[in-house]
Design a protein around this ligand. Structure first.
Ligand SMILES: CCc1ccc([C@H](C)CC(=O)N[C@@H]2O[C@H](CO)[C@@H](O)[C@H](O)[C@H]2O)cc1
Length: 823
């Protein structure tokens, strides 16, 4: 058998078994009889990693020797999820691993369950970065993902007495077998201090920075394997360390705290992920974190270029860097600083390279989400960068004046500096000016980005603005999360090629009316619902009926995502059942999941309201069996993989114009859930793809919502004129769901009837009517199943492989570089 089979990285059962037992012994120092679940998991992880490393080394060799053009994805977040199951699928050895486990009387699923997921992200943006890394490898595009190795990721969420309680996410407590420390790949990062001008050896006046504090950034590498390919890309996350981890002088003088102060101060920089998916003003540590990973990454890219190609003039031919929102936007300024100050380039040459290197993706239109940093903070923390920002701005505004003579208002709006009592640096404007391409993440969003957020810039540089609609990886969110469905699709299509070419799901359409397929389709969904019901029972005590319609809303809590609109529907159903008017209802399980930023009061109150309403409904004998409410604690990638396969109905009900894209909507559809949603973000394109008959649409369009807001929206009138709405809101205020406390939810209900910034009351009626249609449709199982099959058959466009191919062709101008399989 082949060279590979004989080696430690054979794919055969025999090779896997031997390697597993060897790793259990040589790495965990255990033999089977005494191995703990954690030992078994670590042995399985190292056995899988061995096979990754072999491909990784080959990829790195080829990319290095061929000077392959490489994408650098700069993201402050990567919501990777557990590695083991996904790597087994991408290596194509899940079955072999399962059989070896059985031979050893072990259960592969419980070994997989053992893994602590790396939650190095908040939500959509972080998970997208993870899907993109997997698809970059699958599409054989050479790439490096750069980010921060937070010691503590997104908090673990517990629900206590209905309230969210945040628990520290100590994900590294048991070690991390998937990363390789690279102590020798280490870069200095400066903060504070001052700048000074000096005359260089050529007599040129130059600027340099004398930072006050210097720490080190050390690389930790994680291989990212593609599916059905030998290509492995690199995820390089930076950890902050003190340049001097122990100050002996201080220790000798008995100043023990002083001895470790530098170490503590340095390490705080990569200590914890900021748990907000909307910016918190002026958190200095946040800016330090952003500069930290940007500086390490730019220095590393320059090192790699000089070690492979050589002269920096061709830097932008070798590297293209994608800014994942504005969080890494400082990279534009840091590359300028390095090219100017460290490599003695002229401004124009440096700017030519910098501008051609960067591309920027915007992920949100919410004004409060656009990051700005005070000029004072910049002066103190990054004085040299502020100088460079001023020079970029001076030259940029000159260009604007040429095109828009005398339009000082435009100058004021486009400036990188927001004037006013406190001058602030606009990171979004910096990202646009410093990039050769700017894109939104769904067609509607990209249109709104050009028409509102960056209107001035789109008028100056129309060709710079693009759209790349988001996508998700079908490997994790179909094959790993829903193996039953994957098997049924493979059997029906007669091949597994759909996993790497998702458009081939269309072949399912030919079978859509076959009773056999419909039957098996229902069986697969029912089994997933039973699994979720069992998990929810042990996690929350709530018993869900797998025969009922699983109506799921799972995403970060935010008022624009309108989880409170969903609660009003639940209360409406409750009231109708209590009034004996349940004829047009179908039994439903209302399932929620999602974390709220710890400082976001209204979002946390929404979680409490859901659990309060659930407690009453789930214990009310009159409604028993009709409706149930359950809150899945700690919604993360692992738990998401339990939820997506079990959903019948996917709630995508944000106010049109607010959700940039959404990606959960794609994951639910890929698992046969039907969507009830507004014409917002990628919902628009999902509806176009699956067909309007297979999508439950309601609500105002983005234009209509904007119009209503412009002409003065008075939510109070809805409350006054709509008796049902009034009684639902009054029921919340009645204290029925809060042990008679009529005040606890007032902030939420008052906000709704007096302000309602996301127009919940305006869409309430349309939403209820649409939910009626949903119930009607669900009663017709054959029709519902047909719609479910068509949702999967027509969802191919929303693979992250397609999104990566779009970026490669239209933005990065890069071609794949496949690694030839070992002989
Ligand atoms: C500074 C705090 C912070 C952190 C994250 C963010 C992200 C931009 C928020 C986010 O995750 N946006 C989501 O990005 C997804 C991927 O493109 C989209 O699908 C979602 O619509 C968008 O809300 C903003 C501000």
């Amino acid at each position: 058998d082949s060279e590979r089979e004989r080696t430690r990285t054979g794919m055969s059962k025999a090779a896997l078994k031997q390697d597993f037992l060897d790793n259990l012994f040589y790495i965990q120092g255990r033999f089977l009889e005494v191995a703990t679940p954690h030992d078994l998991y670590m042995a399985a992880a190292f056995t899988t990693r061995d096979r990754l490393l072999e491909r990784w080394v080959k990829s790195a060799q080829l990319f290095k020797s061929s000077h392959a053009r490489t994408v650098c994805y700069l993201s402050a977040e990567y919501l990777l999820g557990p590695h083991l199951a996904s790597n087994l699928v991408n290596l194509g050895i899940t079955e072999n691993a399962r059989e070896v486990s059985e031979e050893l009387k072990l259960d592969l699923d419980s070994i997989i369950e053992e893994e602590e997921e790396p939650g190095l992200g908040n939500g959509g943006l972080g998970r997208l970065a993870a899907c993109f890394m997997e698809s970059l490898s699958t599409c054989e595009v050479p790439a490096i993902g750069y980010g921060i190795r937070y010691e503590f990721g997104i908090f673990d969420q517990a629900i206590e007495d209905g309230w969210q309680v945040e628990k520290t996410d100590n994900w590294l407590r048991n070690g991390n077998p998937w990363e390789i420390p690279r102590p020798k790949i280490c870069f200095p990062v400066g903060y504070g201090g001052h700048t000074e001008s000096y005359r260089d050896e050529r007599g040129q006046m130059r600027q340099r920075w004398q930072p006050e504090l210097e720490i080190n950034g050390v690389a930790y590498d994680t291989p990212i394997l593609g599916y059905g390919t030998e290509n492995v890309n690199l995820l390089r996350l930076w950890k902050a360390e003190a340049s001097e981890s122990f100050d002996f002088q201080a220790f000798n003088t008995g100043d023990y705290y002083g001895a470790v102060y530098a170490k503590i101060e340095a390490e705080t920089i990569s200590k914890v992920l900021y748990p907000n998916d909307e910016p918190e003003i002026g958190k200095e540590l946040r800016l330090k974190q952003q500069y930290f990973f940007v500086s390490c990454s730019m220095q590393d890219m320059i090192r790699l270029h000089q070690n492979t190609v050589g002269p920096l003039e061709s830097f932008a031919d070798k590297f293209v860097a994608q800014l994942n929102d504005t969080h890494p936007a400082l990279a534009v300024v840091e590359l300028m600083r390095l090219l100017l100050d460290a490599h003695g380039m002229s401004w124009d040459q440096a700017w030519g390279i910098t501008h051609r290197t960067f591309c920027y993706t915007n992920h949100t239109l919410l004004p409060e989400a656009l990051e700005t940093w005070s000029v004072n903070l910049f002066e103190r923390l990054l004085p040299r960068h502020l100088e460079i920002i001023y020079e970029i701005n001076r030259r940029f505004l000159d260009e604007v004046r040429v095109h828009f003579l005398g339009d000082e208002a435009r100058i004021w709006r486009m400036s990188l500096i927001a004037e006013g009592d406190e001058r602030r640096v606009r990171m979004a404007n910096l990202a646009v000016v410093g990039s050769q391409a700017v894109n939104g993440v769904a067609e509607l969003h990209s249109k709104l980005v050009k028409a509102t957020l960056f209107k001035d810039f789109a008028e100056l540089w129309p060709g710079r603005f693009h759209n790349v609609t988001n996508g998700v990886t079908p490997r994790r969110f179909m094959v790993v999360a829903n193996p039953r469905l994957a098997q049924l699709i493979t059997k029906t299509c007669g091949h597994e090629d759909w996993i790497r070419d998702l458009e081939r799901l269309r072949e399912l359409e030919a079978h859509v009316d076959e009773a056999g397929l419909q039957e098996q389709w229902l069986t697969v969904k029912r089994a997933a619902k039973q699994d979720l019901a069992a998990w929810m029972k042990q996690a929350t005590g709530v018993q869900l009926d797998p025969e009922s319609l699983f109506d799921v809303q799972a995403k970060r809590f935010h008022e624009y995502k309108r989880q409170h609109l969903k609660v009003l529907h639940i209360i409406r159903c409750y009231q109708r059942i209590k009034q004996g008017l349940s004829q047009d209802l179908v039994p439903r399980a209302f399932i929620f999941g999602g974390k709220a930023a710890p400082g976001y009061f209204m979002a946390k109150l929404m979680i409490k309201l859901i659990n309060a309403v659930g407690a009453v409904i789930n214990n009310d004998p009159h409604v028993n069996g009709w409706i149930r409410v359950a809150f899945m604690p700690d919604f993360n990638v692992k738990n998401g993989q339990r939820l997506y396969p079990a959903a019948d109905l996917s709630e995508q009900i944000s106010l049109a114009g607010k959700e940039a894209s959404g990606t959960g909507n794609m994951k639910f559809s890929m698992n046969g859930a039907l969507t009830i949603g507004t014409l917002d973000g990628a919902n628009v394109e999902i509806r176009e793809a699956v067909g309007e008959d297979n999508f439950f649409l309601f609500g105002m369009t983005a234009e209509e919502a904007l119009q209503r807001q412009m002409t003065g929206y008075r939510p109070w009138e809805h409350y006054q004129s709509d008796a049902k709405l009034k009684s639902d809101i009054d029921l919340i205020n009645s204290g029925l769901f809060s042990h008679g406390d009529t005040q606890i939810f007032r902030p939420l209900t008052d906000n709704l009837v007096n302000h309602d910034p996301f127009m919940v009351l305006a869409d309430y009626r349309a939403y209820l009517d649409c939910q009626k249609t949903v119930s009607e449709t669900y009663k017709d199982t054959q029709r519902w199943t047909r719609m479910s099959i068509l949702n999967v058959a027509r969802i191919g466009h929303f693979s992250s492989d397609r999104a990566i191919r779009d970026y490669a062709e239209h933005i990065w101008k890069i071609t794949p570089k496949p690694i030839e399989p070992a002989a």
